[in-house]
Design a protein around this ligand. Sequence first.
Ligand code: UDP
Ligand code: MG
Length: 312
Amino acid sequence: MPQLTIVVPAYNESAVLVLFHQRLSKMLDGLPLESSVLYVDDGSRDDTWSIIESLIASDSRTGALKLSRNFGKEAALTAGLDAVITGAAVVIDADLQDPPELIPALVEQWQAGYDVVYATRSARDGESSFKRFTAAAFYRSMERLSDTAIPRDTGDFRLLSRRALDALGQLRERQRFMKGLFSWIGYRQTSVHYLREPRQAGTTKWNYWRLAQLAIEGITSFSTAPLRLATWVGLASAGLAFVYGMLVLVKSLFYGDPVRGYPTLMLVILFLGGVQLLALGVIGEYLGRNYAESKQRPLYFIDELRLPHDLR
Ligand code: UDP
Ligand code: MG
């Protein structure tokens, strides 16, 4: 019975998967633990699944599951982690941006008694300065907005102990911001630093549109500050409108009311209209999330399941 499972989500990773498995198994061979590898094919359109099948054939500790379509990385991770029955699991990207050679360091902390050991990047090589800037801005604002502390510069690369896995398995929300969920569960958490390498082959699945969506996901799942913001902006503009209204009243009482003021009228109407739309948008954002949650749909479907040899 293996003690450690390495969960690897893969979506269209045929260009890098063989290289990844080589580096991973080299590391696992040196690890004084029984371990298995679990690939999650997130509905890839290239030959990722056939490559995984050949890896399973050549390496008995390898298993995989294939989702019925592309559900996105967060769901793929959930599917993989749900299938883990060992004492701990490591989550790692297939593109070699997370170095498999760091896993022994994660394991060491786990054996020292930590439940969540996350890997924190100390450099982001091969990423544009714009991406670095937006990522930094995101982590800083999350820190201010959210009640759950989400560690900076930390991706999904981490180790989870059995009880952390069990806790995570109970969080079935549909809007899954994994980085947030990982820290929300609590327990003893610690970090290990590493250098983030550039992607070895293939292309990133994240464009700025998807990243922006992920950022909104993160903020709205872990903070209700935007709802409060709508309230404050509404209150402030109502207050300002009241003061301005008094001014206009007093002025017209003393000086009469010459027909002017079209610009101010427009200004006030447009401003209040804008504030109302903003508030409606914020409410709509949360309402939409509530709607998606209330449908209680399963998070993923498994198409094929190949367990590693020693788990069969
Ligand atoms: N991934 C996935 N499903 C998706 C998108 C990505 O399983 O819909 C996997 C991908 O194969 C990789 C990991 O998630 O192993 C990280 O993806 P990527 O490298 O594209 O993200 P980045 O490192 O640029 O944040
Ligand atoms: Mg990557």
